[in-house]
Design a protein around this ligand. Structure first.
Ligand SMILES: Nc1ncnc2c1ncn2[C@@H]1O[C@H](COP(=O)(O)OP(=O)(O)OP(=O)(O)O)[C@@H](O)[C@H]1O
Ligand SMILES: [Mg+2]
Ligand SMILES: [Mg+2]
Length: 498
């Protein structure tokens, strides 16, 4: 392995042009598995959702799940793909403990959907992503490595297999090489996967939970010197399962590859693993000799030949396209283009929509999600939607602000407590006594104290310099730990000082 240091990202991009290739696996939310009647559910006691078909026992025969084919077609249509009139499954032969049959049923040169495209937007610029194909396959089981420090195979005493996931329906969506993204490559990749995640959620074909692995990305990237046509050798960082990780993994790979090329070394065509802790990638399997999967048509399954009527009928079930939806929401919410752009790149569209549906004004919803909650998510290194506060709770918080039970400053304290798992906003306000005090008795006392402590300021106000009232309001706020009704305090000060 090379010891070449990383290169600064800007320096790398000044010399090299990245080319991306994204393979996204989507686990479908069908009730049963791809080729058998086993329940398709995340988790469960190991090896309880299995049968002879998904365990690959001799003599068992697979049957295609029609709902999975329907989902594949709808995904293909939403990605502007052509839908095959006739296609087959293929056996992809490889030996690994989590593949109980010693082959995976997949599709090879006859995918159900192909030649599509979608547009994504980064910093106000639109990038067209060409889709090579979307094909159907089954997921593998899970290996659990026991005894090692990190749950990895290195250093483990033994491994255990859980085949509950084996046979889960997957759609693999593969892009054509993506050129022309320049220094935005990691952000474009992130925006594309975010768009796919939102799309499969809107289609209701997947739980679309990246942290549970129901959407995961293999991120390929290569570099070529700026101005050269020919692609460089690519690496493929496997199973990246958060939007943030996709961006980090690609940024790392670009700087790593640039340093290698700059030092006159070669990039090895290989799979790599991403490490959350430090954002690095490390070498996996070599792909220098194209792997020989000995693909051949799956003899146990009949071809899939969706009728044109069915395809057209499914086309009528597609959700509103993301770009159109964004336009509509922009108008409904009255955001500026820039605000909307930030909301989209933060992946906050759904969250704001749900918060508005729960009763909050759009600008208030935007303010909480893009401000305080984005900062908290960032500090915790999690996606915004996993920050620990629901859209309904954000709407409830805003309701308390609008009803003047709390002010913005108190609202931020309430958020802290909600994120710490102490209950919903109203509960927290009640339990912690965080409500604004607008009771005149208490406020009047505090105002008197502030006037007595700041005679020079009081004199200024008596002389008509009303702007000086701010200093006294500040003093009252401090004394009442931010819980005073600032508007009422101002009125009281002006009343008392003539
Ligand atoms: N030189 C390159 N640089 C960057 N991306 C590339 C390059 N060549 C191909 N790609 C992209 O990499 C991805 C390769 O995925 P594909 O599924 O076709 O093959 P694979 O990764 O070899 O196979 P597997 O599915 O077994 O992982 C595609 O998105 C493709 O467009
Ligand atoms: Mg692939
Ligand atoms: Mg691949």
């Amino acid at each position: 392995m090379s010891t070449a240091a990383l290169m600064k990202y800007e320096d790398a991009l000044a010399k090299y042009d990245p080319v991306l290739g994204l393979e996204v696996h989507v686990e479908l939310n069908t009730r049963t598995k791809m080729f058998c009647g086993c329940i398709n559910e995340f988790g469960g006691e190991p090896n309880t959702h299995t049968c002879p078909v998904c365990l690959g026992l001799p003599g068992s025969l697979p049957v295609v799940n029609e709902k999975a084919v329907e989902s594949a077609i709808r995904i293909g249509l939403a990605l502007n793909c052509k839908i095959a009139e006739w296609c087959r499954f293929a056996r992809k032969n490889y030996f690994y403990p989590d593949v109980p049959k010693n082959y995976q049923i997949s599709q090879y040169d006859e995918p159900i959907a192909y030649d599509g495209h979608v547009d994504v937007e980064v910093d106000g610029q639109t990038y067209r992503i060409e889709i090579e194909r979307a094909h159907m396959e089954e997921d593998a089981g899970k290996s659990l490595h026991i005894g090692g420090a990190t749950g990895r195979i290195q250093g483990a005493d033994h491994s255990a297999m859980d085949y509950n996931r084996a046979g889960t329906p997957l759609i693999e969506i593969v892009t054509k090489p993506i050129e022309g993204t320049g220094d935005k490559a990691p952000q474009v990749a992130r925006a594309y996967v975010a768009m796919l995640r939102d799309l499969v959620k809107a289609l209701d074909v997947s739980d679309a939970r990246m942290e549970q692995g129901s959407v995961r990305c293999d991120a390929n990237v290569s570099l070529r010197p700026i101005g050269r046509e020919e692609y460089g050798l690519r690496t493929e960082t496997k199973n990246v399962n958060s939007l943030r990780s996709i961006e980090r993994a690609l940024t790392y790979e670009i700087t790593r590859q640039a340093a290698l090329l700059d030092a006159g070394e070669k990039v090895h065509q290989e799979t790599r693993h991403f490490h959350e802790l430090d954002g690095s990638t490390s070498s996996g399997r070599s792909k220098e000799q194209a792997e020989d999967y000995r693909y051949f048509p799956e003899p146990d399954l009949v071809p899939v030949a969706p009728s044109r009527e069915w395809v057209e009928q499914l086309r009528t079930t597609l959700p509103e396209p993301p770009a159109q939806r964004r336009k509509r929401l922009l108008a409904d919410w009255g955001f500026s283009d820039l605000e909307m752009r930030d909301v989209v790149s933060a992946g906050a569209v759904d969250l704001i929509e749900e918060t508005v549906a729960a009763g909050a004004p759009a600008q208030a919803a935007r303010k909480w999600w893009m401000g305080e909650l984005s900062r908290k998510a960032n500090d915790a290194g999690v996606e915004l939607e996993s920050v620990g506060m629901t859209p309904a709770q954000v709407a409830e918080l805003q309701g308390l602000v609008d009803g003047k039970t709390i002010n913005d400053k108190l609202a931020r304290q309430v958020i802290e407590h909600v994120l710490a798992g102490q209950g919903g906003p109203a509960e927290v306000v009640e339990a912690r006594g965080l409500a604004v005090v607008s009771d005149d008795g208490a406020l009047s006392e505090a105002v008197d104290a502030a006037i007595a402590a700041n005679p020079d300021v009081a004199d200024k106000i008596r002389d008509g310099k009303l702007a000086a009232a701010g200093a006294l309001i500040g003093a009252v706020m401090k004394q009442m730990r931010g819980q005073a009704d600032a508007g009422r305090v101002r009125e009281l000060i002006l009343e008392k000082l003539g």
